[in-house]
Design a protein around this ligand. Structure first.
Ligand code: TXA
Ligand code: MG
Length: 363
C-alpha cells in the first residue's frame, strides 16, 4: 500500500453551488484509507462512513456529469466522465480551454486501457509495469468509445494511471475513466494545492483536498512510434528512465503543432511579468519591487520577496515547490517575478521547460 503524501487532516470542500453554503469538513486519515481501499478494490472499507461519503459524493457528481478537482501525484486535475461528451464540455468551459487542446484520460486499471485504445503494442505493458501508477502519459490510438471532444478530434488519446489513492479511488467509485487537464485556467499556473484550485476555479463542483502534490510537475507525455518514441512533454520520468525500459533509441522532441499544446511557446504563466534571471534584468526592473525564486539560496540583489526552493540543491524538491512559489508571488505585493535558471539535468529539463514557457511572453 503506497504512502499518501498529505497532511494528516484531509479537507473536503463540497460544492458551494450545490450545497448552497460554503463549509469544510475535516476527516483525517480515514479518507486516505478509504481511497486506498477503493484503489485496492478488495479492501473496501464501508465502515468509515465520512470518508466513504466524501468519495461517494465526488463520484456521484462525476456520474451526474459534473466536474471535480482531485489530487494526483503531479498536479490537481479537473475531472469529468471521459465517456460523457457533455461532461467533458464543462471542463473546457470551466478551464476556458480552446477546443483544439486534447485532454488526458485517467484510468485505474489496465482493462480500462484496453477499452480506450486499440493498440496492443507490447511496449505499453513494459512501460505500464515500470511507471504506472505514475507520472507518465501515453499517446495511443483511440477506440470509438472515446468521444472526439476528449481528443480534439485526433485519432489518438492520452492515457495515464495516476499514483494517488484519491485519484484512483475516485476513478473506481465513479465507474468510468476520468478526463482531466490540470485544474487551472488555460495557460495559467498548474495547481499543486487545493487552495490554488479554490482561488482560480471557484466554479468547480467539488474539490478533493489531498494536500500538496508529491511530484509538482505535470506528467511526461510520450508517443510510441514504430521505431522508437517521442517525448512530447518532459516531466518527472526522464528520457533516460524511458530508454532503460525501451532500449530502442529515443527520437528527438518534435516541436510546435497542436499535437501537444503543452508544447506551445507560452504556457503555465503567472499573472505578473515573469523573467528567467540574467544580470541585465536588474537594469530593467527594480529588485525592490520584485520577487526572486532562488534554487539554493544565492541572491544576486536585495529583492522585495525571496523564496529558496532547494537549499540542498535537490531538483526534485524544487519541482515540488515551484508552482506553489509562483502562485504565492503572483498573489503577493511584488510587481515582477524572477526565477534563477536551473541545471538542465534529470527533472531540471522539465522544470526549465515550464519556466521558459512561463517567461515567454515577457522575454
Ligand atoms: O500530470 C498531468 O499530466 C496532469 C494531471 C492532472 O494528470 N494533467 C495535465 O493535463 O497536465 P493538461 O491538459 O494540462 O496537459 C495535457 C497535455 C496537453 O498539452 C495536451 O495537448 C496533451 O497533453 N495531449 C492530450 N492528448 C493528446 C493527444 N492525443 N496527442 C498529443 N497530445 C495530447
Ligand atoms: Mg495544464
Amino acid at each position: 500500500m503506497k504512502q499518501l503524501n498529505t497532511r494528516p487532516g484531509l479537507l473536503i470542500y463540497p460544492c458551494k453551488k450545490r450545497l448552497g453554503r460554503p463549509w469544510v469538513t475535516e476527516i483525517t486519515a480515514a479518507l486516505v484509507h478509504a481511497a486506498t481501499s477503493i484503489a485496492d478494490k478488495d479492501l473496501f472499507l464501508p465502515q468509515i462512513p465520512d470518508a466513504m461519503t466524501a468519495l461517494e459524493n465526488a463520484a456521484k457528481i462525476i456520474k451526474e456529469g459534473g466536474v471535480v478537482a482531485f489530487p494526483t501525484e503531479t498536479v490537481y486535475g479537473l475531472g469529468a466522465n471521459a465517456l460523457n461528451p457533455m461532461a467533458v464540455a464543462r471542463i473546457f468551459e470551466v478551464k476556458q480551454r480552446p477546443s483544439f487542446d486534447p485532454l488526458i484520460v485517467h484510468i485505474a486499471d489496465l482493462p480500462q486501457l484496453e477499452e480506450l485504445s486499440t493498440s496492443r503494442d507490447p511496449r505499453i505493458g513494459k512501460l505500464a509495469e515500470a511507471f504506472w501508477p505514475g507520472p507518465l502519459t501515453l499517446i495511443l490510438p483511440k477506440t470509438d468509445l472515446v468521444p472526439d471532444i476528449v481528443t480534439s478530434g485526433l485519432p489518438t488519446v492520452g492515457i495515464r494511471m495516476p499514483d494517488h489513492p484519491l485519484a484512483l479511488g475516485l476513478i473506481r467509485a465513479s465507474g468510468c475513466p476520468i478526463a482531466a487537464p490540470s485544474a487551472n485556467k488555460f495557460g495559467r499556473l498548474s495547481p499543486t494545492r487545493a487552495a490554488h484550485v479554490e482561488r482560480h476555479l471557484p466554479e468547480v463542483d467539488f474539490v478533493l483536498d489531498g494536500g500538496t502534490t508529491r511530484v509538482g510537475l505535470e506528467s511526461t507525455i510520450v508517443r510510441l512510434e514504430p521505431d522508437g518514441f517521442v517525448v512530447l512533454r518532459p516531466g518527472g520520468i526522464t528520457r533516460e528512465d524511458l530508454v532503460t525500459v525501451l532500449p530502442e533509441s529515443a527520437k528527438t522532441i518534435e516541436s510546435g503543432g497542436p499535437e501537444a499544446p503543452g508544447m506551445l511557446d507560452s504556457h503555465y504563466s503567472p499573472s505578473k511579468p515573469f523573467y528567467l534571471y540574467r544580470p541585465e534584468i536588474l537594469k530593467r526592473i527594480d529588485p525592490l519591487k520584485a520577487g526572486f525564486i532562488s534554487f539554493k539560496g544565492e541572491m544576486p540583489a536585495s529583492f522585495l520577496q525571496t523564496r529558496t526552493l532547494a537549499p540542498k540543491g535537490d531538483l526534485k524538491e524544487y519541482a515540488t515547490k515551484i508552482f506553489s512559489a509562483l502562485h504565492e508571488l503572483q498573489e503577493s505585493d511584488v510587481e515582477v517575478i524572477i526565477a534563477e535558471p536551473l541545471p538542465e539535468t534529470g527533472i531540471g529539463i522539465a522544470i526549465m521547460d515550464r519556466l521558459r514557457k512561463a517567461a515567454h511572453p515577457w522575454q
